[in-house]
Design a protein around this ligand. Structure first.
Ligand code: FE
Length: 222
């Protein structure tokens, strides 16, 4: 039985987005948490699902709801975290990587905004272990367009519910306001976490490529 508790965020630090807009958005996040608890509390008795079918079946409904709710929780947590708390000046390792992979910070911003205007759900700056570079992924819904094993660094919600109360249809203005609120310290902390995982994985791989035990010790045990 899952017992996730919604995280708290200090929305008083957010400038240019109203308390009402943020509170209404937070309510939606709360709803996803409730649904994850409900879904992860359901039975795992395989027989109780009857015959599964990719058009309609009990299992199909559950699995579609599960990815939508779980991704909804994770994305909103990262979004609220990276837009609260101040530290609004881009700096540190993330700024260096942005300049390396997007040429200039200004170009990155234009690219990020453009993805935010092109998608219906999310714009996500991530670092991907395939090439170890930054990528901005776009997503039309919480569980559409997710990239496995990619490491999210900066999340922007572009669903209408994120801005419509304050900005109406002016998504550009919302995105500009969001960008002014980015907490770059949070983004740098995530990058640091990725680098730590990467270094552990690299040392494990190095170990793996060599025999862990010298052959004589294996013979001794036989
Ligand atoms: Fe949202």
């Amino acid at each position: 039985m899952a017992n996730l508790v919604p995280k708290k965020y200090d929305f008083s630090t957010v400038k240019g987005i109203s308390k009402k807009q943020l509170e209404e958005h937070y309510k939606l996040y709360n709803g996803y948490v409730t649904k994850v608890n409900e879904i992860w509390g359901t039975t795992d008795d395989a027989k109780s699902f009857g015959e599964s079918n990719p058009t309609y079946s009990k299992m199909r409904s559950l699995k579609l709801g599960e990815t939508y709710a779980v991704d909804g929780v994770k994305l909103h947590q990262m979004y609220f975290e990276n837009m609260t708390g101040g530290s609004n000046t881009p700096k540190g390792d993330i700024l260096n990587l942005i300049k390396r992979d997007f040429n200039t910070y200004e170009n990155f911003l234009e690219y990020f905004k453009s993805v935010g205007l092109a998608m219906r759900g999310w714009a996500i700056l991530a670092i991907d272990p395939l090439d170890n570079k930054l990528h901005v992924f776009g997503s039309d819904a919480h569980d559409v367009g997710a990239v496995w094993n990619s490491f999210p660094l900066l999340i922007m919600d572009v669903y209408e519910h994120a801005y419509f109360l304050d900005f109406g249809t002016d998504r550009k203005k919302y995105i500009d306001t969001f960008i002014k609120n980015i907490n770059w310290q949070v983004v740098n902390n995530r990058l640091q976490k990725y680098n730590m995982i990467k270094s552990v994985m690299t040392s494990l791989r190095n170990l793996d490529s060599q025999p862990i035990y010298p052959t004589w010790s294996l013979s001794d045990n036989e």
